[in-house]
Design a protein around this ligand. Structure first.
Ligand code: SF4
Length: 361
């Protein structure tokens, strides 16, 4: 699958863009001043394989907290790249540079005075850190809003002066984001903006996300559609699935989106039919049992299908197939070949596991 070519950017010990895997990130929601709670949350995010963590730095007092959090993580040998999220003050952004691996700034706060960006670029470049120019539709600068309105053009114009300053300073360790709480606008904005950025050579990695997506099913669906639509078009180098929940919940959703889009494979790919009147066994129980017994594997596709009528064709390119063959009977497949037919259903899961085991290289 084609991927938009992008420059490789270093965030601490991690690389983003180019051919590197699409990175999964999140943001703490503990009060940043609470060092213990924030470190604990970052540790939990690390345990579920979150790769980059961002935290809000709302004031100068939080700089000292950021320093303590960084030190604590280093002492605990948690090599998590930290991103300082700074919205309202160039001076706070400057103060974060020694302690954060990346500074996320909102151009809405620099657009009235883009010259404030140049010293930040110089400092970040000197320290070997990165910047995310994070543009949100909901927080464009006043001048931009007056001239272009709340539009893709406004987002582009918001980023442009900062990108030009960075180019003048020969600074390229930049990630860009163009976020919105509206799924269709977010997708369309990227298409519009990239058509303008690409000819200028601004091929920086892109961070994707839907802001204020909400929670539960609908929050996940919004994130999946917005992020997934772009990933399927080769766009995106790092993602955050924003949920109004414990941020730890965001990570498995992010990996599922990446796998469903064929972008990053971290767990078994399951293909299972919904079952219908032709199904002659309890497919829900069997599917759950197979998932429970194979979820530790990776890099394979397992299909669980109710019947041979449509099941074999629908299995696609599954590596292993469990297909209902009649009352109490099952066929097992290795790719498209039936390797065991009409076996007793009570033995079928165990035989499937044996088959998978015997095919391990
Ligand atoms: S594979 Fe067979 S059992 Fe499953 S939905 Fe299709 S026709 Fe029905």
């Amino acid at each position: 699958m084609l991927r938009r070519p992008s420059r490789v950017v270093s965030i601490g010990n991690l690389s983003i863009g180019g051919d590197y895997p699409i990175r999964v990130q999140s943001m703490t929601n503990t009060p940043t001043r609470d060092v213990a709670a924030t470190v604990s949350q970052i540790r939990r995010l690390h345990e579920v394989h979150c790769e980059i963590v961002r935290m809000a730095i709302p004031n100068l007092e939080a700089i000292d907290t950021l320093r303590k959090i960084k030190t604590q993580l280093q002492n605990d040998k948690i090599p998590m790249p930290l991103v300082a999220d700074v919205h309202f003050s160039p001076s706070i952004a400057m103060a974060c540079v020694p302690y954060a691996d990346k500074i996320r700034i909102n151009p809405g706060n620099f657009s009235e005075n883009s010259d404030a960006f140049r010293p930040l670029v110089k400092s970040v470049k000197k320290e070997g850190k990165a910047i995310r120019i994070g543009i949100n539709r909901g927080s464009l600068g006043k001048n931009i809003l007056e001239q272009y309105g709340n539009t893709a053009e406004g987002m582009y114009q918001s980023a442009l002066p900062l990108l030009q300053i960075a180019a003048e300073e020969r600074f390229e360790n930049i990630v860009l984001s163009f976020k919105s709480s509206d799924v269709s606008k977010m997708v369309e904005d990227h298409r519009t903006i990239l058509l303008k950025l690409n000819p200028l050579g601004f091929n920086f990695p892109l961070h994707l996300g839907i802001t204020e997506a909400g929670n539960e099913n609908y929050g996940r669906i919004k994130g999946a559609i917005g992020i997934g639509s772009l990933l399927l078009n080769g766009i995106g180098d790092t993602i955050r699935v924003s949920l109004t929940e414990d941020p730890v919940h965001e990570i498995s959703v992010a990996y599922d989106i990446l796998q469903a889009c064929g972008r990053r494979f971290t767990h078994v790919e399951y293909i299972a039919c919904p079952s219908c009147g032709r199904t002659q066994f309890d497919i829900q129980d069997v599917f759950n049992e197979i998932k429970a017994k194979t979820s530790h594997l990776s890099g394979i596709k397992i299909a669980v299908m109710g019947c041979v009528v449509n099941g074999i064709g629908e299995m696609g390119e599954a590596d292993f197939g469990y297909v209902g063959a009649g009352p109490g009977r099952v066929n097992l497949y290795r790719r498209n070949q039936c390797v065991k037919s009409n076996i007793l259903q009570q033995n079928a899961v165990a035989e499937l596991l044996e088959l998978i085991e015997s095919c391990k290289e």
